[in-house]
Design a protein around this ligand. Structure first.
Ligand code: ACO
Length: 345
């Protein structure tokens, strides 16, 4: 097995899911749909929705606290907080607000918006930075990568094509030097040309050649942002992109390390829980049995966007010591990415 001069990986993971459950039966009373249709097309049975007192900030902070506890790291040892989020529609950044909630006095913090792949983008940027600082400055540090979304805030509850898909939640990981296992490679990509297939209404529609239209949107502040998605067109690109990202991250690792890993060496995949059919199609395309692909999250929690991968980590704690695993995501933008990791032995 190839070994890097330094090893960076996960020291602890955590998550937060609101206790409030929205079942398919509830949705049947809200829009013209059925439990049978939702389960057959998406695999989703229920999802969590934020209630009173809950917010993207409270969820992100709770997930971060759980990750810090599991890592045995105090908040003040964290010098970088990165939050992948698409539903923090205000200033300052959510990462700085989490930093404040956790009582972190110094360091850096920022948000990343990259659709449902935002958590992967956070890990990618933390990993690249830590590698550079360690190799060039001999500096070792700890960071928090958080994926959180409150999609219920921007869901059009009258649109049956989208409202059945989404749920709220947060997941987090403490990243730092590890004794065994760790991150082997990361990759990210974006395909802006597909922007009009999945977007939040006020942000994409204003025309750049029509300043009045932009002004109208910003001044009134009365237009509620709502998700628009052309599901049928999104589906095949999502499947193709996730398959491609898995191959890309393995190839990248092989280039760096001189190893010759193939898909056969991957023991488990944690894909973004977009919906069960997408997850199954990726598994089928890669000729991986479904038992080697995390698919339980979407059944219980729906599509949690940036949070779904770190939420999945918590259900896999301690499983498959020493195994090679890939996390892969795809979302609006169409931003996609993957992480190749080895579990601690
Ligand atoms: N209940 C009942 N009927 C419905 C519902 C519903 N909730 N939604 C749509 N229908 C109807 C449609 O109106 C249509 O009826 P028609 O044939 O009479 O016109 C029929 O069901 C089929 O609709 P489609 O939209 O073609 O259904 P499809 O099989 O494509 O499934 C779905 C829809 C589940 C959204 C699918 O396209 C999909 O999974 N797309 C990927 C979307 C996704 O997961 N995006 C997330 C990735 S990015 C991110 O995570 C943000």
């Amino acid at each position: 097995m190839q070994s890097y001069p330094i090893q960076i990986g996960y020291l602890g993971v955590g998550r937060y899911l609101p206790p409030n459950i929205l079942t398919n039966a509830h949705l049947e009373r809200m829009v013209e749909t059925s439990d049978e249709w939702i389960v057959q097309r998406t695999g989703i049975h229920e999802r969590r929705i934020m209630g009173e007192g809950e917010s993207v900030l409270s969820m992100a902070t709770a997930a971060a606290r759980e990750a810090l506890d599991r890592a045995g790291i105090s908040a003040n040892q964290i010098t970088d907080v990165r939050v992948g989020v698409n539903t923090h529609l205000r200033w300052p950044s959510l990462a700085t607000m989490v930093q404040n909630e956790l009582g972190i006095d110094d360091g850096t913090a920022s948000d990343i918006s990259a659709g449902c792949s935002a958590y992967i983008f956070c890990v990618d940027s933390i990993y690249q930075k830590m590698m550079t600082e360690w190799l060039l400055e001999g500096k070792k540090s700890y960071a928090l990568a958080i994926g959180v979304d409150g999609l219920s805030l921007i869901t059009d509850w009258t649109d049956r094509q989208t409202c059945v898909l989404f749920g709220d939640g947060a997941g987090a990981a403490v990243i730092g030097p590890v004794e065994s296992g760790g991150i082997l490679a990361t990759t990210t990509r974006a395909q802006g040309k597909y922007g009009d297939l999945l977007y939040l209404t006020p942000y994409i529609k204003p025309s750049l050649d029509d300043p009045e239209k932009m002004t109208f949107h910003t001044r009134t502040g009365t237009i509620e942002p709502l998700i628009y998605m052309e599901g049928r067109k999104v589906f095949p690109v999502a499947v193709r992109s996730m398959m491609a990202e898995i191959k890309t991250v393995i190839e990248k690792h092989n280039r760096i390390s001189g190893e010759s890993l193939t898909l056969d060496d991957i023991e488990y995949v944690i894909p973004h829980q977009a919906n069960h059919r997408i997850v199954s199609a990726v598994a089928e395309g890669l000729k991986l049995p479904l038992e080697q692909v995390y698919s339980e999250g979407v059944v219980k929690y729906g599509n949690n966007s940036a949070a779904s991968i770190p939420i999945g980590y918590v259900e896999n704690i301690g499983k498959r010591p020493g195994a090679l695993e890939v996390d892969v995501a795809f979302g609006a933008g169409f931003a996609s990415g993957a992480i190749l990791r080895r579990n601690p032995s």
